[in-house]
Design a protein around this ligand. Structure first.
Ligand SMILES: Cc1cc2nc3c(=O)[nH]c(=O)nc-3n(C[C@H](O)[C@H](O)[C@H](O)COP(=O)(O)O)c2cc1C
Length: 190
């Protein structure tokens, strides 16, 4: 089965990103189309980008970058779980994306966003051109959770029907696009 990585973008103490990420990971495992790997950027703990060469050359000089490269290489598709910070997505996610290049290419990506009234949609819109620059295929389906704190109980996300249906539609589309992009991925050489 293809591997779906669920990338948790928020790294701050007490983050809501953890319960949101765990929820979508469970949903993805139950969906059945993917092997699921949860990638917590707080655990990955990349330093701010300090590689001397453009990532498309894959001439990394730091062990942490090689490890990150190997991890992302293993993925066939992604779900990015992102909050909205100041109408955009958090810096650790940009840093994690910028560290690599070919490792992301021709892989479908879905966004689970959350925040206040805008449900993280401004973060999602800010993220999409970055994903395009990396040749990732962002699917239209997404989960957008408004006033996310109201859905957290005892440290867990309690989703409503809309969120569950949106998650399943997102996972269905990721599975379709992942299969369609396999040929292009096989041609990525660098
Ligand atoms: C630095 C910072 C900036 C924020 N900016 C926004 C914002 O622009 N729009 C919004 O809806 N919520 C904003 N929030 C509220 C977050 O969406 C909310 O705190 C959410 O729980 C953050 O995700 P996290 O707990 O996973 O870090 C902001 C929170 C922080 C910490």
């Amino acid at each position: 089965m293809p591997t779906l990585q669920i990338i948790i973008a928020s790294t701050r103490q007490g983050r809501v990103g953890l319960p949101v990420g765990r929820w979508i990971a469970e949903r993805a495992a139950a969906h059945g189309a993917f092997d699921v790997d949860v990638v917590d950027l707080a655990e990955v703990d990349l330093p701010l980008m300090d590689e001397p060469n453009h990532p498309r050359l894959r001439q990394y000089t730091h062990e942490h970058t090689w490890e990150w490269s190997a991890r992302v290489d293993r993925a066939d598709a992604f779900v990015l779980v992102t909050p909205e910070y100041n109408h955009s997505f958090p810096a650790p996610l940009k840093n994690a994306l910028d560290h690599l290049h070919h490792e992301w290419a021709y892989k479908p990506v879905g966004i689970v966003s959350y925040g206040g009234v805008a449900a993280g949609t401004r973060a999602k819109e800010a993220l999409e051109p970055v994903l395009g620059a990396l040749r990732m295929s962002a699917v239209v389906e997404s989960v957008n959770i408004p006033f996310v704190a109201q859905f957290i109980e005892d440290g867990e996300l309690r989703p409503n029907d809309v969120m569950e249906a949106a998650a399943d539609a997102l996972l269905d589309e990721l599975a379709r696009v992942e299969a369609a992009l396999r040929q292009l991925r096989s041609e990525v050489t660098a």
